[in-house]
Design a protein around this ligand. Structure first.
Ligand code: HEM
Length: 399
Protein backbone atom coordinates (compact mmCIF):
# COMPACT_ATOMS: atom_id res chain seq x y z
CA UNK A 1 0.00 0.00 0.00
CA UNK A 2 1.40 3.38 -1.08
CA UNK A 3 2.11 5.89 1.67
CA UNK A 4 0.16 8.57 -0.26
CA UNK A 5 -2.89 6.30 -0.30
CA UNK A 6 -2.68 5.87 3.47
CA UNK A 7 -2.48 9.64 3.95
CA UNK A 8 -5.37 10.15 1.52
CA UNK A 9 -7.53 7.91 3.72
CA UNK A 10 -7.20 10.35 6.64
CA UNK A 11 -10.19 12.46 7.59
CA UNK A 12 -10.03 15.75 5.62
CA UNK A 13 -11.40 17.51 8.71
CA UNK A 14 -8.11 16.84 10.56
CA UNK A 15 -7.76 16.51 14.31
CA UNK A 16 -9.23 18.96 16.83
CA UNK A 17 -6.09 18.65 19.00
CA UNK A 18 -2.48 17.44 18.78
CA UNK A 19 -2.11 13.71 17.83
CA UNK A 20 -0.01 13.08 20.95
CA UNK A 21 -3.01 14.02 23.12
CA UNK A 22 -5.07 11.29 21.45
CA UNK A 23 -2.22 8.81 21.58
CA UNK A 24 -1.79 9.22 25.33
CA UNK A 25 -5.54 8.99 25.88
CA UNK A 26 -5.69 5.87 23.70
CA UNK A 27 -3.03 4.11 25.79
CA UNK A 28 -4.56 5.20 29.07
CA UNK A 29 -8.14 4.27 28.23
CA UNK A 30 -7.17 1.00 26.58
CA UNK A 31 -5.31 0.03 29.78
CA UNK A 32 -8.48 0.74 31.77
CA UNK A 33 -10.60 -1.20 29.27
CA UNK A 34 -8.37 -4.25 29.29
CA UNK A 35 -8.08 -4.24 33.11
CA UNK A 36 -11.87 -4.46 33.32
CA UNK A 37 -11.84 -7.14 30.58
CA UNK A 38 -9.36 -9.20 32.64
CA UNK A 39 -11.49 -8.99 35.77
CA UNK A 40 -14.57 -9.87 33.69
CA UNK A 41 -12.92 -12.88 32.00
CA UNK A 42 -11.21 -14.05 35.18
CA UNK A 43 -14.29 -13.81 37.37
CA UNK A 44 -16.43 -15.59 34.75
CA UNK A 45 -13.79 -18.35 34.50
CA UNK A 46 -13.68 -18.70 38.30
CA UNK A 47 -17.49 -18.76 38.51
CA UNK A 48 -17.43 -21.56 35.93
CA UNK A 49 -14.69 -23.51 37.80
CA UNK A 50 -16.65 -23.07 41.03
CA UNK A 51 -19.88 -24.34 39.51
CA UNK A 52 -18.06 -27.41 38.10
CA UNK A 53 -16.13 -28.21 41.30
CA UNK A 54 -19.19 -27.24 43.36
CA UNK A 55 -17.84 -28.12 46.80
CA UNK A 56 -16.57 -26.14 49.81
CA UNK A 57 -14.84 -22.85 49.18
CA UNK A 58 -15.31 -23.12 45.40
CA UNK A 59 -19.09 -22.88 45.71
CA UNK A 60 -18.82 -19.64 47.69
CA UNK A 61 -16.17 -18.18 45.39
CA UNK A 62 -18.27 -19.06 42.35
CA UNK A 63 -21.25 -17.04 43.64
CA UNK A 64 -19.03 -14.07 44.55
CA UNK A 65 -17.31 -14.12 41.15
CA UNK A 66 -20.65 -14.19 39.36
CA UNK A 67 -21.50 -10.93 41.16
CA UNK A 68 -18.13 -9.51 40.10
CA UNK A 69 -18.52 -10.61 36.47
CA UNK A 70 -21.87 -8.90 36.04
CA UNK A 71 -20.44 -5.54 37.17
CA UNK A 72 -17.13 -6.00 35.32
CA UNK A 73 -18.84 -6.69 31.99
CA UNK A 74 -20.61 -3.32 32.12
CA UNK A 75 -17.41 -1.51 33.05
CA UNK A 76 -15.42 -3.32 30.34
CA UNK A 77 -17.97 -2.30 27.70
CA UNK A 78 -18.20 1.33 28.85
CA UNK A 79 -14.41 1.61 29.07
CA UNK A 80 -14.05 -0.01 25.63
CA UNK A 81 -15.82 2.92 23.97
CA UNK A 82 -13.08 5.44 24.82
CA UNK A 83 -10.15 3.66 23.09
CA UNK A 84 -12.53 2.89 20.21
CA UNK A 85 -13.01 6.62 19.68
CA UNK A 86 -9.29 7.40 19.91
CA UNK A 87 -8.20 4.58 17.62
CA UNK A 88 -10.69 5.84 15.03
CA UNK A 89 -9.38 9.39 15.38
CA UNK A 90 -5.65 8.88 14.95
CA UNK A 91 -5.53 5.58 13.08
CA UNK A 92 -8.61 6.04 10.90
CA UNK A 93 -6.93 4.96 7.61
CA UNK A 94 -6.09 1.63 9.25
CA UNK A 95 -8.98 0.99 11.62
CA UNK A 96 -11.72 1.69 9.06
CA UNK A 97 -10.07 -0.53 6.44
CA UNK A 98 -9.85 -3.45 8.85
CA UNK A 99 -13.47 -2.90 9.91
CA UNK A 100 -14.64 -2.85 6.28
CA UNK A 101 -12.58 -5.90 5.33
CA UNK A 102 -14.20 -7.81 8.22
CA UNK A 103 -17.47 -5.89 8.39
CA UNK A 104 -19.64 -8.89 9.33
CA UNK A 105 -17.38 -9.65 12.27
CA UNK A 106 -17.25 -6.02 13.38
CA UNK A 107 -21.05 -5.83 13.36
CA UNK A 108 -21.54 -9.39 14.64
CA UNK A 109 -19.37 -8.43 17.63
CA UNK A 110 -22.27 -6.37 19.00
CA UNK A 111 -24.75 -9.26 18.74
CA UNK A 112 -22.30 -11.72 20.32
CA UNK A 113 -21.57 -9.35 23.18
CA UNK A 114 -25.28 -8.74 23.76
CA UNK A 115 -25.91 -12.49 23.84
CA UNK A 116 -23.09 -12.99 26.37
CA UNK A 117 -24.35 -10.12 28.51
CA UNK A 118 -27.92 -11.38 28.62
CA UNK A 119 -26.83 -14.97 29.27
CA UNK A 120 -24.68 -13.81 32.18
CA UNK A 121 -27.63 -11.98 33.73
CA UNK A 122 -29.89 -14.95 33.04
CA UNK A 123 -27.41 -17.17 34.88
CA UNK A 124 -27.19 -14.65 37.70
CA UNK A 125 -30.94 -14.44 38.27
CA UNK A 126 -31.31 -18.21 38.09
CA UNK A 127 -28.37 -18.81 40.40
CA UNK A 128 -28.94 -21.94 42.45
CA UNK A 129 -32.09 -23.00 40.62
CA UNK A 130 -30.65 -23.90 37.26
CA UNK A 131 -29.35 -27.31 36.31
CA UNK A 132 -27.39 -26.49 33.14
CA UNK A 133 -25.35 -23.75 34.82
CA UNK A 134 -21.92 -24.93 33.65
CA UNK A 135 -23.09 -24.87 30.09
CA UNK A 136 -24.45 -21.32 30.40
CA UNK A 137 -21.29 -20.01 32.03
CA UNK A 138 -19.07 -21.84 29.54
CA UNK A 139 -21.10 -20.27 26.71
CA UNK A 140 -20.74 -16.81 28.26
CA UNK A 141 -16.98 -17.26 28.59
CA UNK A 142 -16.73 -18.60 25.04
CA UNK A 143 -18.69 -15.63 23.66
CA UNK A 144 -16.53 -13.15 25.61
CA UNK A 145 -13.41 -14.77 24.20
CA UNK A 146 -14.85 -14.68 20.70
CA UNK A 147 -15.54 -10.94 21.13
CA UNK A 148 -11.94 -10.47 22.24
CA UNK A 149 -10.77 -12.48 19.24
CA UNK A 150 -12.71 -10.22 16.88
CA UNK A 151 -11.07 -7.14 18.46
CA UNK A 152 -7.74 -8.91 18.10
CA UNK A 153 -8.41 -9.71 14.42
CA UNK A 154 -9.34 -6.11 13.65
CA UNK A 155 -6.25 -4.80 15.49
CA UNK A 156 -4.06 -7.27 13.58
CA UNK A 157 -5.50 -6.53 10.12
CA UNK A 158 -4.90 -2.83 10.52
CA UNK A 159 -1.18 -3.51 10.89
CA UNK A 160 -0.88 -5.32 7.53
CA UNK A 161 -1.49 -2.68 4.80
CA UNK A 162 0.70 -4.71 2.45
CA UNK A 163 -1.95 -7.47 2.44
CA UNK A 164 -5.11 -5.36 2.21
CA UNK A 165 -5.46 -5.58 -1.59
CA UNK A 166 -4.95 -9.35 -1.52
CA UNK A 167 -7.74 -9.66 1.07
CA UNK A 168 -10.05 -7.21 -0.69
CA UNK A 169 -9.59 -8.65 -4.17
CA UNK A 170 -8.25 -12.21 -3.91
CA UNK A 171 -7.02 -13.34 -7.33
CA UNK A 172 -8.15 -9.99 -8.77
CA UNK A 173 -11.83 -10.57 -7.90
CA UNK A 174 -13.33 -8.09 -5.48
CA UNK A 175 -14.87 -9.66 -2.39
CA UNK A 176 -16.94 -6.97 -0.68
CA UNK A 177 -18.67 -9.41 1.72
CA UNK A 178 -16.52 -8.61 4.78
CA UNK A 179 -17.11 -12.18 5.86
CA UNK A 180 -13.53 -13.16 6.74
CA UNK A 181 -11.26 -12.35 9.64
CA UNK A 182 -8.09 -12.20 7.59
CA UNK A 183 -5.34 -11.88 10.15
CA UNK A 184 -4.63 -13.09 13.64
CA UNK A 185 -1.69 -14.19 15.72
CA UNK A 186 -2.51 -16.92 18.28
CA UNK A 187 0.44 -15.87 20.47
CA UNK A 188 -0.54 -12.23 20.58
CA UNK A 189 -4.15 -13.18 21.34
CA UNK A 190 -3.10 -15.68 23.99
CA UNK A 191 -0.81 -13.09 25.58
CA UNK A 192 -3.44 -10.34 25.74
CA UNK A 193 -6.12 -12.74 27.00
CA UNK A 194 -3.85 -14.84 29.25
CA UNK A 195 -2.88 -11.77 31.28
CA UNK A 196 -6.31 -12.21 32.87
CA UNK A 197 -4.78 -14.93 35.08
CA UNK A 198 -2.24 -12.77 37.01
CA UNK A 199 -4.62 -9.78 37.05
CA UNK A 200 -7.45 -11.92 38.43
CA UNK A 201 -4.98 -13.29 40.99
CA UNK A 202 -4.31 -9.74 42.17
CA UNK A 203 -8.06 -9.11 42.20
CA UNK A 204 -8.62 -12.18 44.40
CA UNK A 205 -6.06 -10.97 46.95
CA UNK A 206 -7.81 -7.57 46.98
CA UNK A 207 -11.13 -9.43 47.45
CA UNK A 208 -9.66 -11.03 50.55
CA UNK A 209 -8.71 -7.60 51.91
CA UNK A 210 -12.22 -6.37 51.16
CA UNK A 211 -13.90 -9.31 52.93
CA UNK A 212 -11.66 -8.80 55.94
CA UNK A 213 -12.67 -5.14 56.19
CA UNK A 214 -16.31 -6.26 56.05
CA UNK A 215 -15.67 -8.31 59.20
CA UNK A 216 -15.47 -11.77 57.58
CA UNK A 217 -14.65 -14.41 60.19
CA UNK A 218 -14.07 -17.49 58.03
CA UNK A 219 -10.25 -17.34 58.00
CA UNK A 220 -9.98 -20.71 56.23
CA UNK A 221 -11.84 -19.24 53.26
CA UNK A 222 -9.82 -16.00 53.37
CA UNK A 223 -6.51 -17.88 53.38
CA UNK A 224 -7.66 -20.19 50.62
CA UNK A 225 -8.64 -17.24 48.41
CA UNK A 226 -5.30 -15.50 49.10
CA UNK A 227 -3.30 -18.64 48.26
CA UNK A 228 -5.31 -19.10 45.03
CA UNK A 229 -4.75 -15.44 44.09
CA UNK A 230 -1.01 -15.65 44.70
CA UNK A 231 -0.72 -18.83 42.65
CA UNK A 232 -2.58 -17.20 39.76
CA UNK A 233 -0.27 -14.18 39.92
CA UNK A 234 3.02 -16.05 39.91
CA UNK A 235 2.12 -18.95 37.59
CA UNK A 236 -0.01 -16.77 35.29
CA UNK A 237 2.67 -14.06 35.08
CA UNK A 238 5.45 -16.51 34.23
CA UNK A 239 3.28 -18.33 31.71
CA UNK A 240 2.42 -14.97 30.10
CA UNK A 241 6.12 -14.23 29.75
CA UNK A 242 6.63 -17.47 27.81
CA UNK A 243 3.72 -16.60 25.55
CA UNK A 244 5.15 -13.11 25.05
CA UNK A 245 8.49 -14.52 23.89
CA UNK A 246 6.66 -16.78 21.41
CA UNK A 247 4.67 -13.80 20.14
CA UNK A 248 7.80 -11.70 19.65
CA UNK A 249 9.41 -14.50 17.63
CA UNK A 250 6.49 -14.40 15.16
CA UNK A 251 6.38 -10.63 14.50
CA UNK A 252 6.14 -9.66 10.81
CA UNK A 253 9.21 -8.19 9.05
CA UNK A 254 7.58 -4.72 9.20
CA UNK A 255 8.11 -4.75 13.01
CA UNK A 256 11.88 -4.81 12.31
CA UNK A 257 13.79 -5.39 15.56
CA UNK A 258 10.96 -4.45 17.97
CA UNK A 259 11.45 -7.64 20.00
CA UNK A 260 14.88 -6.41 21.19
CA UNK A 261 13.85 -2.76 21.66
CA UNK A 262 13.25 -0.74 24.82
CA UNK A 263 9.49 -0.82 24.06
CA UNK A 264 9.51 -4.60 24.23
CA UNK A 265 11.68 -4.62 27.35
CA UNK A 266 9.00 -2.56 29.11
CA UNK A 267 6.43 -5.30 28.41
CA UNK A 268 8.84 -7.99 29.66
CA UNK A 269 9.48 -6.11 32.92
CA UNK A 270 5.77 -5.39 33.39
CA UNK A 271 4.85 -9.05 32.80
CA UNK A 272 7.50 -10.13 35.32
CA UNK A 273 6.13 -7.56 37.76
CA UNK A 274 2.72 -9.23 37.47
CA UNK A 275 4.33 -12.56 38.38
CA UNK A 276 6.04 -10.88 41.34
CA UNK A 277 2.71 -9.51 42.65
CA UNK A 278 2.69 -11.77 45.78
CA UNK A 279 5.89 -10.03 46.95
CA UNK A 280 4.11 -6.69 47.45
CA UNK A 281 1.18 -8.27 49.29
CA UNK A 282 0.88 -7.22 52.95
CA UNK A 283 -1.76 -7.69 55.61
CA UNK A 284 -4.58 -5.15 56.09
CA UNK A 285 -4.86 -2.56 53.34
CA UNK A 286 -1.66 -4.11 51.89
CA UNK A 287 -3.94 -6.74 50.27
CA UNK A 288 -4.90 -4.07 47.72
CA UNK A 289 -1.29 -3.49 46.68
CA UNK A 290 -1.04 -6.32 44.09
CA UNK A 291 -4.05 -4.88 42.24
CA UNK A 292 -2.50 -1.40 42.21
CA UNK A 293 0.77 -2.89 40.95
CA UNK A 294 -1.17 -4.85 38.31
CA UNK A 295 -2.80 -1.59 37.14
CA UNK A 296 0.61 0.02 36.64
CA UNK A 297 1.96 -3.11 34.88
CA UNK A 298 -1.00 -3.17 32.47
CA UNK A 299 -0.51 0.52 31.72
CA UNK A 300 3.11 -0.21 30.78
CA UNK A 301 2.01 -3.15 28.63
CA UNK A 302 -0.50 -0.86 26.90
CA UNK A 303 2.32 1.62 26.19
CA UNK A 304 4.49 -1.17 24.80
CA UNK A 305 1.60 -2.40 22.60
CA UNK A 306 1.31 1.12 21.20
CA UNK A 307 5.09 1.33 20.64
CA UNK A 308 4.82 -1.81 18.51
CA UNK A 309 2.03 -0.29 16.41
CA UNK A 310 4.02 2.94 15.92
CA UNK A 311 7.06 0.89 14.97
CA UNK A 312 5.16 -1.16 12.36
CA UNK A 313 3.27 1.75 10.81
CA UNK A 314 6.17 4.21 11.09
CA UNK A 315 9.22 1.99 10.48
CA UNK A 316 7.53 -0.52 8.20
CA UNK A 317 5.37 1.82 6.08
CA UNK A 318 6.71 5.33 6.74
CA UNK A 319 3.39 6.48 8.22
CA UNK A 320 3.80 9.30 10.72
CA UNK A 321 0.85 10.09 12.97
CA UNK A 322 2.49 13.39 13.97
CA UNK A 323 1.87 14.74 10.47
CA UNK A 324 -1.91 14.50 10.90
CA UNK A 325 -3.27 18.01 10.13
CA UNK A 326 -4.54 19.74 13.28
CA UNK A 327 -7.41 22.23 13.19
CA UNK A 328 -7.49 23.17 16.80
CA UNK A 329 -11.02 23.38 18.12
CA UNK A 330 -11.13 24.84 21.62
CA UNK A 331 -14.78 24.04 22.25
CA UNK A 332 -14.57 20.38 21.32
CA UNK A 333 -11.26 19.89 23.19
CA UNK A 334 -12.63 21.51 26.34
CA UNK A 335 -15.92 19.65 26.00
CA UNK A 336 -14.07 16.37 25.71
CA UNK A 337 -11.92 16.86 28.81
CA UNK A 338 -14.82 18.19 30.88
CA UNK A 339 -17.03 15.29 29.77
CA UNK A 340 -14.25 12.81 30.53
CA UNK A 341 -13.47 14.23 33.98
CA UNK A 342 -16.87 15.38 35.22
CA UNK A 343 -19.46 13.15 33.52
CA UNK A 344 -17.25 10.07 33.07
CA UNK A 345 -15.56 10.54 36.44
CA UNK A 346 -18.77 10.96 38.43
CA UNK A 347 -20.70 8.10 36.78
CA UNK A 348 -17.85 5.58 36.96
CA UNK A 349 -17.06 6.67 40.55
CA UNK A 350 -20.76 6.28 41.40
CA UNK A 351 -21.09 2.73 40.08
CA UNK A 352 -17.82 1.61 41.71
CA UNK A 353 -18.59 3.30 45.06
CA UNK A 354 -22.13 1.89 45.02
CA UNK A 355 -20.91 -1.67 44.40
CA UNK A 356 -18.21 -1.23 47.05
CA UNK A 357 -20.65 -0.07 49.69
CA UNK A 358 -23.46 -2.46 48.71
CA UNK A 359 -21.06 -5.40 48.96
CA UNK A 360 -20.36 -4.55 52.61
CA UNK A 361 -24.03 -4.19 53.60
CA UNK A 362 -25.84 -6.97 55.43
CA UNK A 363 -29.43 -7.55 54.25
CA UNK A 364 -31.20 -4.88 52.20
CA UNK A 365 -28.85 -2.09 51.14
CA UNK A 366 -29.79 1.59 51.37
CA UNK A 367 -27.36 4.06 49.83
CA UNK A 368 -25.52 6.30 52.29
CA UNK A 369 -26.03 10.11 51.88
CA UNK A 370 -22.54 10.37 50.30
CA UNK A 371 -23.36 7.78 47.61
CA UNK A 372 -26.81 9.28 47.06
CA UNK A 373 -25.17 12.71 46.53
CA UNK A 374 -22.70 11.19 44.06
CA UNK A 375 -25.58 9.54 42.17
CA UNK A 376 -27.50 12.83 42.00
CA UNK A 377 -24.37 14.69 40.89
CA UNK A 378 -23.80 12.28 38.00
CA UNK A 379 -27.45 12.63 36.92
CA UNK A 380 -27.16 16.43 36.98
CA UNK A 381 -23.90 16.23 35.00
CA UNK A 382 -25.66 14.06 32.40
CA UNK A 383 -28.62 16.47 32.18
CA UNK A 384 -26.27 19.46 31.72
CA UNK A 385 -24.33 17.56 29.06
CA UNK A 386 -27.50 16.69 27.14
CA UNK A 387 -28.73 20.29 27.38
CA UNK A 388 -25.46 21.72 26.01
CA UNK A 389 -25.49 19.08 23.24
CA UNK A 390 -28.91 20.13 21.96
CA UNK A 391 -28.28 23.84 22.60
CA UNK A 392 -25.00 23.75 20.66
CA UNK A 393 -26.65 21.81 17.82
CA UNK A 394 -29.53 24.28 17.73
CA UNK A 395 -27.19 27.31 17.73
CA UNK A 396 -25.13 25.73 14.92
CA UNK A 397 -28.31 25.13 12.93
CA UNK A 398 -29.58 28.70 13.18
CA UNK A 399 -26.10 30.30 13.10
C1 HEM B 1 -16.38 -8.86 26.07
C2 HEM B 1 -15.65 -8.49 25.57
C3 HEM B 1 -14.29 -7.97 25.16
C4 HEM B 1 -13.11 -8.60 25.21
C5 HEM B 1 -12.82 -10.01 25.72
C6 HEM B 1 -12.14 -7.68 24.68
C7 HEM B 1 -10.79 -7.98 24.57
C8 HEM B 1 -9.89 -7.21 23.88
C9 HEM B 1 -8.53 -7.59 23.57
C10 HEM B 1 -7.89 -8.93 23.94
C11 HEM B 1 -7.97 -6.59 22.88
C12 HEM B 1 -6.53 -6.54 22.36
C13 HEM B 1 -6.45 -7.11 20.97
C14 HEM B 1 -5.07 -7.02 20.41
O1 HEM B 1 -4.40 -5.99 20.54
O2 HEM B 1 -4.64 -8.02 19.80
C15 HEM B 1 -8.96 -5.53 22.77
C16 HEM B 1 -8.77 -4.35 22.14
C17 HEM B 1 -9.72 -3.40 22.03
N1 HEM B 1 -11.02 -3.47 22.48
FE1 HEM B 1 -11.84 -4.89 23.56
N2 HEM B 1 -12.74 -6.53 24.34
C18 HEM B 1 -14.08 -6.65 24.62
C19 HEM B 1 -15.06 -5.72 24.44
C20 HEM B 1 -14.86 -4.49 23.87
C21 HEM B 1 -15.89 -3.51 23.65
C22 HEM B 1 -17.35 -3.68 24.01
C23 HEM B 1 -15.29 -2.44 23.06
C24 HEM B 1 -15.89 -1.15 22.60
C25 HEM B 1 -17.00 -0.67 22.93
C26 HEM B 1 -13.90 -2.78 22.89
C27 HEM B 1 -12.96 -1.96 22.33
C28 HEM B 1 -11.66 -2.30 22.10
C29 HEM B 1 -10.71 -1.45 21.41
C30 HEM B 1 -11.00 -0.07 20.85
C31 HEM B 1 -9.51 -2.14 21.37
C32 HEM B 1 -8.20 -1.64 20.83
C33 HEM B 1 -8.13 -1.55 19.37
C34 HEM B 1 -6.73 -1.12 19.00
O3 HEM B 1 -6.12 -0.34 19.73
O4 HEM B 1 -6.23 -1.60 18.00
N3 HEM B 1 -13.67 -4.02 23.40
N4 HEM B 1 -10.12 -5.95 23.39
Amino acid sequence: MELETLYALRSPVGLPSHPIVFLVLLVLTWALHILAVYVMLGSTALALCGSVLAGGHWRRLSAAMLETAKVAVSIAIVLGVAPLLFVQVIYDPFWYVSNVLSARWAIGFIGLLLAAYWLLYYRYFRNGRETASHLTLATVLGLFLLCGFIMHGLSSEMLRPELWMRWYAPGGHIDPSGSALHDYNPWRFLYFVGLMVPVTGAWLVGYRGYLERCGERDTAYLDWVTALGKRCMSAGGLFSLLIYVSWMSTLPASAGGFAASAGSLIAVVATLALAAGPLVCRAGSGYYRPMLAAGVAILLIAASREALRLKILGGGFGYDILTYPVHFDTYSTLLFFITFAVLGGSTVAFSIALSWEAGKAQGIYTASPRIARLGNASLVALAVWLAQYFLFGFLTMIG
